[in-house]
Design a protein around this ligand. Structure first.
Ligand code: AMP
Length: 187
């Protein structure tokens, strides 16, 4: 099963991806993690994106598309992909369709974790204290939320027309969200 987890920063995509990775023996593709890793390694890409990452800015489609290309076409990961934080633009969504088609795969499920800004602000405040993520201060958070909403509207529209699109109330407790996800994958 290939699954996309879609929803604003702090909606719980990471938590639910980890659950799905365990449950389905799958592989998480978190573009946020991949990008943070580049910054940490101080690679060529890392140097280019450091500031934008710090400021919660959108990283260019070219860079992000390149980072996921190999992972999507990796035969070991075939039909076991959990996308977390990708795609975030229409161009990324179309690129993903193309990459999947090239390797004879489809998206089996698109899960939209829908959460209001106020709830996300509270959640991320907790995460900031626990994980000390530099992009998690509240100004950055507002920027990331607004940028997310702005850039993902077309993506949301694109996927909401797909029969495999499911919306879940992301303000529910983690366990309740997991239970809802279970009803979609235990078919
Ligand atoms: P995340 O961990 O998904 O919240 O992502 C952290 C940051 O990485 C975002 O604020 C963006 O700066 C960048 N990022 C992650 N995924 C993408 C993507 N698909 N497209 C563009 N930028 C991204």
């Amino acid at each position: 099963m290939n699954i996309i987890l879609f929803g604003p920063p702090g909606a719980g995509k990471g938590t639910q991806s980890k659950y799905l990775v365990n449950k389905l023996n799958a592989f998480q593709i978190s573009t946020g993690d991949l990008l943070r890793e580049e910054v940490k390694k101080n690679s060529e890409i890392g140097k280019v994106i450091t500031n934008d990452m710090k400021n919660g800015k959108f990283i260019s489609d070219d860079i992000v598309n390149k980072l996921i290309e190999k992972l999507v076409s990796d035969p070991q990961k075939k039909n076991k992909l959990i996308f977390d934080g990708y795609p975030r633009s229409l161009s990324q969504a179309k690129n993903l369709d193309k990459l999947l088609k090239n390797s004879n795969q489809i998206i089996d499920l698109i899960l939209f974790l829908n959460v209001k800004k106020e709830i996300i602000m509270k959640r991320v405040e907790k995460r900031r204290i626990i994980e000390k993520r530099s992009d998690d201060d509240s100004n950055t958070l507002v920027r990331r939320y607004e940028k997310y909403m702005e850039t993902t509207q077309p993506v949301l529209k694109f996927y909401s027309e797909n029969p495999n699109f499911k919306e879940i109330d992301g303000s529910l407790e983690i366990d309740e969200i997991t239970r809802k996800i279970d009803t979609f994958i235990n078919v």
